[in-house]
Design a binder for this molecule. Structure first.
Ligand code: ATP
Length: 248
């Protein structure tokens, strides 16, 4: 039985600056309600894939020159990032990108900017974010730029949640964080998936942690998918063990 896919990326190519072919025909599926990992080393094309989906690629002089991206039955190639947010797709950028001069809470509220609901709904969503990230509640009046890397990652995910997303594209959530914090972040991702039904597509260089929390995975090398499968199979695959899990 095939599970419904919330997202289908079909054979996309991405070109930067009209010359650099970063993706050479990438296809992947993201089942609704699942956690899908996009794996691979430095420069493999993980961020590019996420940015092609969210259409943040344009701000980096990149464009999708081939293929289609079907979200919830609709081709969203070239749809503006704001329209995608309205349809429930939101990206958390690598490196977190908080507004450093705003407080943690102000950062969270910027995530609700496209919403038409009133104050009480937004206040309720803020409480929901604080329920998942109690640390952010403690730090809510701190200037984001002065909070720790882990807190900034939490703020970035919390801000995405404020748009009531159906799907979050999460770029390298483990980057620069201590192992224990990485585990904490992934636990919360997993809870958001189970309890709030948020679908995740996450890019990770940390294959080990990503495959423990994801249901399915795709491995990219040099702009192409070289392996895919369910997470358990990938974890037990000898090539994955040797090249991505650091054991043989
Ligand atoms: P990383 O973890 O280092 O971000 P990645 O798998 O996410 O790795 P991408 O950032 O998607 O890889 O990069 C894929 C390829 O596209 C690389 O060869 C990279 O040099 C190139 N690239 C990425 N961004 C740009 C850009 N803005 N302009 C030109 N080339 C780019």
């Amino acid at each position: 039985p095939t599970q419904a896919n919330l997202l289908e990326v079909n054979n996309i190519e991405v070109l930067y600056n009209h010359v650099i072919l970063a993706l050479k025909g990438v296809s992947l599926e993201v089942p609704k309600g699942g956690i899908t990992a996009l794996l691979g080393g430095n420069g493999a094309g993980k961020s590019t894939t996420l940015k092609a989906i969210s259409n943040l690629i344009h701000s980096e002089r990149g464009e999708v020159t081939k293929g289609s991206i079907i979200y919830d039955g609709e081709n969203v190639v070239d749809m503006s990032p704001a329209d995608l947010v309205n349809r429930g797709v939101v990206q958390v950028m690598e490196g977190r990108h908080c507004f450093e001069h705003l407080t943690v809470e102000e950062n969270l509220l910027t995530g609700a900017y496209t919403r038409k609901e009133g104050r009480s709904e937004i206040a309720a969503d803020l409480e929901l974010v604080y329920e998942y990230f109690p640390r952010l509640k403690e730090r809510r009046r701190s200037q984001a730029g002065y909070t720790s890397g882990g807190e900034q990652q939490m703020t970035a995910i919390g801000r995405a949640l404020m748009s009531r997303p159906q799907m979050i594209l999460l770029d390298e959530p483990s980057m620069g964080l201590a192992p224990q914090l990485v585990e904490q972040i992934f636990e919360i991702v997993s809870r958001l998936n189970r309890e709030q039904g948020v679908t995740f597509l996450l890019a990770e260089q940390n294959t080990n942690v990503a495959l423990r929390y994801a249901n399915t995975g795709f491995i990219l090398e040099n702009g192409r998918v070289v392996m895919e499968g369910n997470a358990k199979e990938l974890r037990e695959n000898p090539d994955v063990k040797e090249f991505y899990l650091g054991m043989s």
